[in-house]
Design a protein around this ligand. Sequence first.
Ligand SMILES: Cc1cc2nc3c(=O)[nH]c(=O)nc-3n(C[C@H](O)[C@H](O)[C@H](O)COP(=O)(O)OP(=O)(O)OC[C@H]3O[C@@H](n4cnc5c(N)ncnc54)[C@H](O)[C@@H]3O)c2cc1C
Length: 457
Amino acid sequence: MAAVKFVIIGGGPAGIEAAATASRHGAHVTLIEREVIGGAANLWDCIPSKAMIATGGVRSLAKRSKSLGMELHYESPDLELLRARVASISEQLSRSTERQLIGQGVTIIRGTGMLRDDHHVVAVPEGDDAEEIILEADAILLATGSTPRVPEWANVDGDRVLVTRHAYPPSVIPEHLVVIGSGVTGVEFVHLFRSFGSKVSLVISRQQVLPQKDPEVAAALETDFLESKVSLIKGARAVSLKRDDESVSVFCEDGRVIVGSHALLAIGSVPSSSGLGLEHAGVMANEAGYVPVNQHCQTNIPNIYAGGDLSGRLQLASVAAMQGRKIAEHVVGLHTRDHRHLDYDKAASAIFTEPEIADVGLAEAEAFALGQKIRVTKVPFAVNAKAMIDGDPRGFVKLVSDPNTGVVLGGSIVGAHAAELISVIALAVHANLRVDDIADSLLVHPALAGVIAAAAE
Ligand SMILES: Cc1cc2nc3c(=O)[nH]c(=O)nc-3n(C[C@H](O)[C@H](O)[C@H](O)COP(=O)(O)OP(=O)(O)OC[C@H]3O[C@@H](n4cnc5c(N)ncnc54)[C@H](O)[C@@H]3O)c2cc1C
């Protein structure tokens, strides 16, 4: 049987995982990417933001170093070194992924892709005199991701008025940064610039940071922000912004004005669907430009799939990659014997603030809203030996389980290394393990994971 011809537009987590999986299963794969292999996740989002947050962590270590018995002195970050570090991590990741894909036989075209019809993709390679390539495809994946939302009123200039893509790092450390948007990205940038020594104000349109999260988790982060003198401006919807040579003024709907040296917008993203030629193949997008998909990530045209941010599902690199894998399995026909649908409700996610926040599955507040009976156990890190040893006993583990069966339904962690620790609970939620399965595991001592075991007992 001839190999399936699979063409992928966009080399972010969804595109590269689909390419790797499909080629492993014998498909003939072509991947078109116009920026870097690894996508926005690698160049603009997950990787650079976390690389900078890691650098900021030096300051917090320095702050508690005296209590650890060896005092360190913190200097401001060296922006040139930081720029080089961020670029080098992103480049290394991109190169190794590219090498791996080429080694597996994936053809990579550097350029822009668009649909010509439901079985053909046009690739316009980089370079002035490069000629268009027409690719025939049995299956096509649209994985073009998203870009930061930039409202017209904001007059973003990349100098004093920034979006996240201007911050890796900015040309100067802002003296006073006004962050607009209190979702995951907004609070991570509050934490990041606070750790670089900026004064930070956060404009919050509701009454709580992280409006989608468990209120107790959000409250823990707010407490930490307030302790480190972040101004929280609640119930404030930014509607316009003015800058002059030295300052930026953010005007809110209710008349409040917040003045800082710089502003950073973190108010969501828009899908990269324009110019993709959706209309040439009859692929439907919704009003916002996202491409709706079914449980196999097929669009309304069955041999055309959409994955990652473009599909409008959970906007996480991990989800995009898992969609990519499931799409590839579907394309090569594996779903008929071994396909498990992706359960978005069981996706773990993390917020790289300090303390870190991570959660998975059912949250206590959500169960309450649904009227679902649950058992909740909460154990603070303050009782854990390793947290004391590390000098950072902030936060807690909260475990949500079924009171009748003991099956773990979800959990939240606030505290050091929460993003790593949540994996234990994520595995339990994914595999329908019971609290006893966690409590009976022989874990390491002393370890932060001991708090998860204690919550399970
Ligand atoms: C600041 C920030 C931090 C984040 N941190 C995290 C995190 O820590 N963890 C996490 O899980 N998620 C994080 N996310 C979300 C995550 O980055 C996205 O969910 C993820 O990148 C989506 O992957 P994707 O496969 O849709 O493609 P993307 O990573 O968006 O990449 C899409 C690629 O398609 C290419 N492309 C677009 N159009 C075309 C075209 N016509 N032809 C050819 N190529 C094209 C683009 O150049 C791009 O490389 C963060 C987001 C932001 C904004």
